[in-house]
Design a protein around this ligand. Sequence first.
Ligand code: SF4
Length: 297
Amino acid sequence: MSKIEIDKQSGCCFGVSKAISKAEEELQKGGTLYCLGDIVHNHLEVERLAKMGLITIDHEQFKELKNARVLLRAHGEPPSTYEIAKQNNIEIIDASCPVVLGLQKRIKRKYSTKLSEDGQIVIYGKIGHAEVNGLLGQTDESAIIIEKKEDIDSLDFSRDISLFSQTTKPLDGFMEIGEMIKARMQEGANFEIFDTICRQVSNRVPNIKEFAASHDIIFFIAGAKSSNGKVLFAECKNVNPNSYFINSPDEIDESLIGKNVTVGICGATSTPMWQMEAVAKNIAKAGASLQIEKAAF
Ligand code: SF4
């Protein structure tokens, strides 16, 4: 007999939940509502909200809009977005995550101080990621983005360095880069490291590892573009090689599920609970052939 369990600690973080609720609330008011970029890195959720009327636009389309209502998603935006909105009479519904807004402020403050001291603002993150673009905008696009260890070669170790992180990066990678920079700093130059990783992601790591290790097979559902999805899935795969990344509940390969196994279902901080429940239901539907005893959902 097989058994299915959904990880109760998976699902949308509070920042993403808040943005989705805000979109639903605004849509209920009627009228046209645009969203600047995908509201969440999860195409099924984007499609669900599109059916309710949410229109997703990119930054080029945003520049052309006038007299409209636009929702900003949890990732946050650079100051230029707010300036365009002002010029074009766009009403902003700001659903930026408070954690990201706090980080933007910290970077802006540090940038104003370091500007006069010829210091470098360095951000550990993914080039082109929406949150990183918002952070970069706080420094007049001057911050240096470090994606991997080798990228630190581009830094000037004879000048001050202030290191921050995109909120969804892995803590160990950030700490390792911090140590590497520290070791190369030259005399007279100051190095500061600010751990700005969101605990909504990093705190899930120990839990998801334990969850993945305690099941025979894992289905991890998340959008292909989700950064934290990649991080959390890698943790599952590390402890349980029978872990599979899926983008949709319909992608379940039943042949992977043997008899007498425990199936764990988990996801990213951008994966709504309804999607994990749909995965569980799809597996349960195949119950007859799989001899699923009990669905713990
Ligand atoms: S992961 Fe953290 S910073 Fe990012 S949206 Fe969620 S709560 Fe906000």
